[in-house]
Design a binder for this molecule. Structure first.
Ligand code: GLN
Length: 499
């Protein structure tokens, strides 16, 4: 879906002087002022900093400099990305009052590209969840229907884009936390290949799975944001050290001759809503009629993905979250008599139920005597998933699946039942376990009128072909619902360019 004031068009207009970054920002801040009380997408709106930043972008243009490929583009950041001197909460009480002493690498890269950060967005605490209901600061609401969840854990970032509070956003995806909320909010969301984007300054959940990625209203816009933030980083030893060709490099090529596999284990999954399945069939037909060859393919091990993920992710989380002990960061329980009590009280008060559940699951899975039976087995499943994907990619360039089993569900519907909640990520988790890229593209709506997302999966570092196929799907999509608050921006040509 092309948006007149998407990332590419804002950057082009600001670079040419046709619009000022300040006017673009004010138009977005107006929508924040009008609708943020309903949506609660942000933990912090950084209006003053954004205004300073936008005016410095405008000064650069006025003095004949190019501010960069994201010139004047308002971007929202998931609140698990470190921003120097600005609270970074992970939507947890345990980080109360903590201000990072440094910017995440992706935050530095956005600034270098000329983007304007508008705020930090709400998430499930420490990115654990699929609905943004597990936030210590209350849930975010879906801009298409405020009685529904926006998905999660990057629900705030998805909602900022759907509501038009920002032209793009960054989120993190450990098991689907970019793609699932993108699908539920009717926006594009991409998880890159593991290692393509630096994790330096992304607060760790499960380090072998976490990746930062973009949200935007169009495939092109998502690719542009990804290209601005990706690339080698000496501060992240898991980051790839070589430069790869840009994610946007195949856009506009169409899909003539491209081989597309429909993952049978996902398209025929029990629990897949009939309206979502119907859209998947339509998406496959759209690619076929655009010149791709489409056929079903088996990727058998993906059916074990969810089980393996709920051993590996909590195991890594239990280790990563051990650092929140009341000593080094944020909250420290007052009035305790010894250090053990201080640790216990701080962690008991600072973490919410889902985070505690994951820490206990992970600690158990790693404990002596159970390690081989649980964590070891899960790692073997991970290898099987990679092998099955490799076999599928011998015959296909990209694979297709639904992003989620259904559309956005009512707030409160699944929050008391963690297992039902976990099932939301059954189609997204395998790409994280394999380290492969995947993108969710809006593809029409369901019987309830809410957005549906189709997922395009690709082999490692094949983002370019993934976006190439995704762009064709986008162009062939049935009408996508637009969130009521995402009104068209009425922007006048800048006074500066009129002079
Ligand atoms: N919903 C999944 C979970 O709760 C994935 C979260 C994520 O990708 N951060 O773990």
């Amino acid at each position: 879906m092309s948006d007149t004031f998407g990332v590419a068009s804002i950057a082009a207009s600001v670079r040419s002087g046709a619009l000022t970054a300040s006017d673009v920002l004010e138009a977005h801040l107006e929508r924040v002022a009008a609708h943020e009380d309903t949506i609660h997408a942000f933990n912090t709106v950084l209006a003053d900093e954004a205004r300073r930043r936008a005016s410095s972008v405008d000064d650069r243009v006025a003095s004949g400099h190019d501010p960069g490929p994201l010139a004047g583009v308002p971007i929202a950041l998931k609140d698990n990305l470190c921003t120097r001197g600005t609270p970074t909460t992970c939507s947890s009480r345990i980080l109360d009052g903590w201000r990072p002493p440094y910017d995440a690498t992706v935050v530095e890269r956005l600034a270098a590209a000329g983007a304007v950060v508008v705020g930090k967005t709400n998430l499930d605490e420490f990115a654990m969840g699929s609905s943004t209901e597990n936030s210590a600061f209350g849930p975010t609401r879906n801009p298409h229907d405020p009685t529904r969840v926006p998905g999660g854990s990057s629900g705030g970032s998805a909602a900022t884009v759907a509501a038009g509070f920002a032209a793009g956003a960054l989120g993190s995806d450990t098991g689907g936390s970019i793609r699932q909320p993108a699908a539920l909010c009717g926006v594009v969301g991409a998880k890159p290949t593991y290692g393509l984007v630096s994790r330096y300054g992304l607060i760790a959940f499960a380090s072998s799975l976490d990746q930062v990625g973009p949200f935007a209203m169009s495939v092109e816009d998502a690719a542009l944001i990804l290209d601005a933030v990706s690339g080698p980083d000496p501060f992240d030893s898991t980051c790839l050290t070589s430069v790869v060709s840009p994610s946007a490099s195949n856009l506009g090529r169409g899909v003539e001759g491209l081989r597309v596999g429909i993952i049978s284990e996902m398209s025929e999954a029990e629990g897949l809503a009939p309206d979502v399945r119907a859209r998947l069939v339509q998406a496959a037909e759209a690619l076929e009629s655009s010149g791709a060859t489409v056929a079903p393919v088996n990727v058998p091990a993906v059916t074990y993905g969810l089980s393996a993920y709920y051993l590996i992710a909590p195991a890594e989380a239990s280790s990563n979250l051990a650092r929140y002990d009341g000593v080094r960061y944020g909250l420290r329980a007052p009035g305790t008599s010894d250090i053990t009590e201080m640790y216990t009280e701080s962690r008991s008060r600072g973490f919410g139920d889902e985070v505690k559940r994951r820490i206990m699951l992970g600690t158990y899975a790693l404990s002596a005597g159970y390690y081989d039976a649980y964590y070891g087995q899960a790692q073997k499943v991970r290898t099987l998933i990679i092998r099955d994907f490799d076999a599928a990619y011998e015959k296909f360039d990209v694979l297709l699946s639904p992003t989620t089993p259904g559309t956005a569900f009512p707030i409160g519907e699944k929050s008391a039942d963690p297992l039902t909640m976990y099932l939301n990520d059954v189609f997204t988790i395998p790409s994280n376990l394999a380290g492969h890229p995947a993108v969710s593209v809006p593809f029409g709506s369901g019987d309830d009128g809410l957005p549906i997302g189709i997922q395009v999966l690709a082999p490692a570092l094949r983002e370019a072909v993934m976006f190439q196929a995704a762009e064709v799907l986008e162009s062939k999509s049935p009408a996508n619902p637009i969130a009521p608050m995402r009104s068209a921006l009425s922007l006048q040509p800048s006074a500066r360019s009129a002079k």
